[in-house]
Write a protein that binds this ligand. Structure first.
Ligand code: HEM
Length: 54
């Protein structure tokens, strides 16, 4: 596997993690069960996605 493929794979899995974190937030926020930690869960993956995507 060359470097480009590895970056694509990391980008792909981070996008899955981000999607799941968004779903967790959509469920937790209206129930008032959100915490700083839950919010940050959805913030880190897109930052990494941007760095790797760029
Ligand atoms: C600023 C943020 C982002 C940048 C600059 C970026 C950039 C890119 C680039 C350049 C590609 C390759 C496209 C190609 O070769 O045709 C790509 C693929 C992809 N991106 Fe992003 N992306 C970003 C954020 C996201 C986010 C937020 C998601 C989803 C939650 C996402 C999901 C994907 C997926 C699933 C692919 C296809 C990966 C593969 O299977 O090879 N990206 N992105």
């Amino acid at each position: 596997m060359n470097g480009n493929n590895r970056f694509r794979q990391i980008h792909r899995w981070l996008s899955v993690a981000f999607t799941e974190a968004v779903i967790v937030n959509i469920i937790a926020v209206p129930r008032g069960k959100s915490t700083d930690w839950v919010g940050l869960l959805a913030l880190l993956p897109p930052c990494l996605l941007m760095l790797i995507g760029l």
